[in-house]
Design a binder for this molecule. Sequence first.
Ligand SMILES: NC(=O)c1ccc[n+]([C@@H]2O[C@H](COP(=O)([O-])OP(=O)(O)OC[C@H]3O[C@@H](n4cnc5c(N)ncnc54)[C@H](OP(=O)(O)O)[C@@H]3O)[C@@H](O)[C@H]2O)c1
Length: 261
Amino acid sequence: MALTSRLAVIAGGIGGIGCATGKALRSQGAALALLYAPFEAQKVKATISEVYGGAKSINSYECDITSPNSVSSAFAAIAKHNVAFPSILVNAAGYVSLNALEESPPDEILSHYMINLFGPTLTGQAFARMFMRAKQEAKADSVPGGRIVNIASQAAHVALHHHGAYCASKAGLVGLTKCMASEWGPKGITANSVSPGPVWTELGKKAWADRKAREAYQAAVPTGNFAEPGEVARIVLFLCQDQALNINGTDITLDGGYTVR
Ligand SMILES: NC(=O)c1ccc[n+]([C@@H]2O[C@H](COP(=O)([O-])OP(=O)(O)OC[C@H]3O[C@@H](n4cnc5c(N)ncnc54)[C@H](OP(=O)(O)O)[C@@H]3O)[C@@H](O)[C@H]2O)c1
């Protein structure tokens, strides 16, 4: 299996895309460290049991990705458990709420920037430090390459109605990904982003709850479809494998062609 002996850390690990990604990475032998927010604690056990059949090898860590202390503690715990070589980080936590741009409350704007941009910055830093330390300690030429995959959005590339703060946060995440790729590529870590159109998860349902808006959107997409979480997960899985060695700093859109029109 392509990812045997590798540990994948997934922020947003019990969310819709996070679960699909965890299953895909695990199917290729990766050990998992799922990060969940403190306010999700009650759903962790049931979600892991439902998605992974209660497998004992799935480790989960409480981590509010917007808090530097919480991120440090979670990554320290992951390093201490030392389950497998920490070679993959997937940033799949996220936040959306729709507001007219001129009326967006400051705390709502800040939630987008904190969860969708500041959070992946902190987890990226913590992961990069953990990877570099583990590589140094392993002293082997054969350590696996590092992989960061940030789940951005088509909203990084196009204005979506009433998605102002979300669009800005995701455009920032694509920019951050390029800098991760540039600075950490020479240190053995590639970084890429995936930009899906709407996916029918809890977050997707929140953004596209309005039936008329949803139908108008679907009529405008060349394929006419929302994406499935598994589609996103398959791209993440490909980017995490050795064969994707030279894909670095790019963004893969998965939007049914919406942004080409
Ligand atoms: N679904 C879509 O249409 C779509 C399209 C394009 C891009 N994306 C992106 O894909 C990623 C995954 O989203 P999803 O669709 O899988 O949504 P989801 O099922 O709602 O998962 C997002 C997860 O992030 C968690 N989270 C929120 N705040 C957090 C924090 N401070 N610290 C740690 N975790 C936190 C959420 O917890 P709670 O559920 O408790 O809030 C949830 O488990 C997000 O970055 C999203 O922006 C989604």
